[in-house]
Design a protein around this ligand. Structure first.
Ligand SMILES: [Zn+2]
Length: 375
């Protein structure tokens, strides 16, 4: 390659100057749209950077390293309450999400796992193309663990909270906190149950509830939450604060199968070449599945047909099904769905006549319940 020749003797040419406009141009008016657009998108991290419906202002709390004290504010579950608790007083939103979906790395609610307990929602409305892809990939011999993990939805717990760390945080009033189920709800529901009596300490009760103290250690991939403890509080949660709680399930955006598929496959490059036919199958099999297939537990078809030679063992040394979500690694476990299926089976054995429908009639439940999913 020859070196670049220069012409040092010649003075650098000045860029051609545009002739000055004769009449004054209103540059402010010309720039107005660009500035306005930029301002409106200033907090936008992607079309569905969060699971919230567009246009909603959700005051989200970002937990930082250190010790925190919060109160959880309960709210009345809406039509999209995943656990079927519409009209009931609930203390958190139990939701499964897929992260990093499509070229925009969006976050989307997984309809399959989020609404798996909602027997009133038709199975075809609960289908998820990403979960289907995950299951199909696992049928391929020598499937890539990393790809399968990246497709798996994650369980999140979302709370309405008041942060009591200091006056500044407290003055913000109600905030919304989205945290991995494993880090918070899993611990809280354990420590609030009296092992002797089986009674719960209803720590979110507005009149005689408790503060929650915990410590975040580390951040991002090395984060952990320790020392969860319930502390007595010498105040009550007033009516105004209770009414300020956001109906979280009604605020989340649940996309249709087609919408998720369009987003997902738009940026999905298959790295496992053997699975090429799967994409076609996933793209074209969007018609509702037959009713005979509706009650097949999530993941069971793929896991049994994948030719497992022996029952898989829990990589953490736990008991399959019984110890689901007990370990930190559960969140990204390669046999999570098998474990989930086993848990379903164990639950079904424990409760021979499962009645997921509400047994209590809440005072606030009026009219007919309609599924919160869009077709
Ligand atoms: Zn899914």
């Amino acid at each position: 390659m020859s070196p670049v020749t220069r012409h040092p003797a010649r003075p650098p040419a000045r860029p051609p100057a545009r002739p000055a406009p004769k009449s004054k141009i209103d540059y402010k008016a010309l720039l107005q749209k660009s500035f306005q657009s930029s301002y409106e998108k200033r907090d936008d991290s992607g079309k569905f950077g969060s699971i919230w419906k567009p246009g909603l202002e959700i005051p989200q709390w970002k937990c930082s390293e250190g010790t925190h004290i919060i109160d959880i504010i309960p709210y009345i579950g809406g039509d999209s309450e995943p656990r079927g608790l519409s009209g009931e007083l609930v203390h958190y939103l139990d939701v499964w999400v897929h992260f990093g979906v499509g070229p925009g790395e969006d976050t989307v609610v997984c309809p399959t796992k989020t609404f798996r307990d909602r027997t009133d929602i038709p199975a075809d409305m609960k289908r998820c193309p990403i979960c289907e892809e995950e299951n199909e990939l696992k049928k391929v011999d020598g499937f890539d663990d990393e790809i399968v993990k990246s497709l798996r939805s994650k369980r999140r717990s979302i709370y309405n909270i008041i942060v009591r760390d200091n006056g500044k945080e407290e003055a913000k009033g109600l905030q919304v906190w989205d945290v991995a189920f494993f880090f918070m709800e899993k611990n809280l529901i354990d420590i609030c149950k009296n092992p002797n009596t089986g009674d719960f300490d209803y720590f979110v009760s507005p009149d005689d509830g408790k503060q929650i103290k915990f410590t975040q250690k580390g951040a991002k991939k090395n984060v952990s939450f320790l020392g969860h403890v319930l502390l007595p509080r010498d105040y009550t949660i007033d009516q105004e604060t209770m009414e300020s709680a956001i109906c979280l399930d009604e605020s989340m955006e649940v996309l249709t199968y087609e919408e998720i598929a369009d987003m997902f496959f738009a940026g999905y490059e298959r790295k496992a070449e053997e699975a090429t036919p799967v994409r076609t199958a996933a793209r074209t099999s969007r018609q509702p599945i037959s009713s005979s297939e509706e009650d097949v537990p999530f993941g069971s078809d793929s896991d049994t047909s994948a030719g497992e030679e022996a029952a898989p063992e829990c990589p953490e040394g736990g008991v399959l099904g019984a110890d689901m979500d007990r370990f930190r690694a559960c969140e990204n476990c390669t046999i999570f769905n098998i474990c989930l299926e086993e848990k379903d089976r164990l639950d079904a054995e424990a409760e021979p006549a499962p009645a997921p429908a509400q047994t209590r009639k809440p005072a606030t439940l009026t009219g007919t319940r309609k599924p919160g999913l869009r077709r």
